[in-house]
Structure formats: C-alpha cells, structure tokens
Write a new protein. Structure first.
Length: 290
C-alpha cells in the first residue's frame, strides 16, 4: 500500500508520519513524503519514510510523478496557498487520474457551513471527482499556541486573538495524526467526515489562566477588535493578508459561540480519550519560557 504524505514537515504531516511509523501495519506500507525541497529535507524525513520525492502544489509538473502507484494520500493544504482553482483543482484531478483510492483531507470543523474557506471548496472538489475520502474536521489546534501565537505568549505574556468570550474545543495535533494514520494504514472511515475535538471547550481567558498557573507568570488574554488584530498581524508581524483573513474567520466562529461543540470521535476511533489542554501545556511548557 503506497501512501503519499503532502506537507510532510507541517504540524499534522510530521505527526502523521510518526504515527504511521508506530502503526502495526507499517511493514505493509510504502510511505512517500512529497516535499518541495527533497534534497534539503531528505535527512529529516528519511527515518520515517521509504522515499522523499519532489512535490509542490505550486509546480504542477511535480504532481503526477509523485502520485505514481499511490493509493492513499494525506492531503494537507499549506497555509500560504489559498487559491483553490490554481493550486488544488489540478491536484484533485491528478489524484483521480492516478487511481488514488482514498484521500485523507485535513479540513476544518464546521466547514460544511463556511463556504468562504478554501477547505469547503476543496472538500467539494474531492467529492465531485468521485474520489474515496476521509474528511478530518478538527477544532482549533493546541499547537497554534506554540507556533502562530508563540511569540506573543513567550515575549509579551499575552494571548492576542479576537475571539471574545466564545469557547473553543481545542484539539491536540497528535490526536488528529493518530486518526489520520489509522485511516491511511487501514482504509477505514471511507467516505466519512470526522469532526475531531478535545474533551473540553475553553474560553481564551481560561487558556490564559492555565498558562499562568503552569508558567508561573501572568498571561493576559487581550481581546482586540478585528481591525486591530489585522493591523497587528499584517503591518507589525508581516503575515500575509489572506492568511490573516482566514484567522479572522476562524476567530469569528469562536466569538459567535460556534466553536464549542464537542464530539467523542477521537475516543471512539482510537479507544482512548483525547488530550486535555492542561496536559498539552505541561508537556510544552518550555516553548513559552523566556
């Protein structure tokens, strides 16, 4: 069973590679990492893969060669690429032509009712192509607080997001990856959409309290206006405007109270409870230490 992992150095891609390496079916799998710079990243990816090949959503000529013989794909959209017609319609068509049997797509919780996101359009493309699919629809990554929001927490002791008092069902990337690995290694969950959440929905003020307790210094939740948030991210932090708009859309969902729904999907699929935010924060305490 030949499996292609796209965006293999991203949060979910790298965690899925680790989960596949530990899966009982690993001897039956041929795992290919599709990377934009295989020569540079081969040494990092080689221990968990059988091969590292050139693959870049922005370079259509790399797609078909990477898909030769592939039957299952982990499809993770790079955050910087949002133009679905330019980057992802050709990829979906190429998967269809290559005979891919199952696409495990990293989507987004609530995407079925949020047509403004690239994920919504990509899900539609996969279905229209008649590809077998497993849509993973996670809540907000716990790891975003150790990546996207790392500097503001570590350096300014702030959580700077426009989410109001809404609650969010944070989920650990490791739990998402374990579900993805199960689907890729076994072919289960075919033609299903799985909404993945942690065991609790927390307001950002509660996240700040947990971090305050664990770090031993005051972490403050700043609830900026949308305009102030956009200005901070685009002008001061030099983030791409399109990416920031996607962030705004996600935080608006939380602010409206629509990100608090909890599911038992991870427990049902994996036979164990999902990680709590406190567990995650204790494990990653060092990331926020000055």
């Amino acid at each position: 069973m030949k499996i292609l992992i796209t965006t293999p150095l991203g949060n979910v891609g790298s965690a899925t590679l680790s989960a596949l390496a530990a899966h009982p079916n690993r001897p039956e799998l041929t795992i290919i990492a599709g990377d934009w710079n295989p020569e540079k990243n081969r040494a990092q990816l080689a221990p968990l893969t059988d091969d590292v090949v050139l693959f870049d959503f922005a370079k259509p000529e790399t797609v078909a060669p990477a898909l030769v013989g592939v039957l299952r794909v982990l499809f993770v959209r790079p955050p910087a690429l949002a133009d679905v017609e330019t980057y992802f319609r050709p990829f979906v068509s190429a998967m269809k032509q290559a005979g891919v049997q199952q696409v495990v797509f990293l989507s987004l919780e609530g995407v079925e009712g949020n047509s403004l996101t690239p994920h919504h359009k990509i899900e539609a493309l996969i279905r229209e192509a008649g590809l077998g699919y497993t849509m993973l629809r996670p809540g907000f990554f716990m790891q975003n607080l150790t990546t996207t929001h790392l500097a503001e927490i570590r350096d300014r002791s702030q959580i700077f997001v426009p989410a109001g008092n809404g609650r969010t069902n944070f989920v650990d990337v490791g739990d998402i990856a374990d579900v993805a690995a199960q689907a890729l290694a076994t072919g289960r969950h075919l033609n299903t959409a799985l909404t993945l959440t942690g065991p609790e929905a927390l307001a950002y003020s509660e996240i700040a309290e947990i971090l305050t307790d664990i770090l031993g210094r005051k972490i403050t939740y700043v609830n900026p206006s949308m305009l102030r948030f956009i200005w901070q991210k685009v002008v001061r932090e030099k983030m791409k405007f399109g990416f920031v708009l996607i962030m705004v859309a996600l935080y608006t969902v939380a602010k409206l109270g629509k990100a608090a729904t909890l599911t038992d999907t991870i427990a049902r699929v994996l036979g164990r409870p999902p990680k709590t935010f406190r567990q995650f924060a204790e494990e990653n305490r060092g990331a926020w230490v000055r």
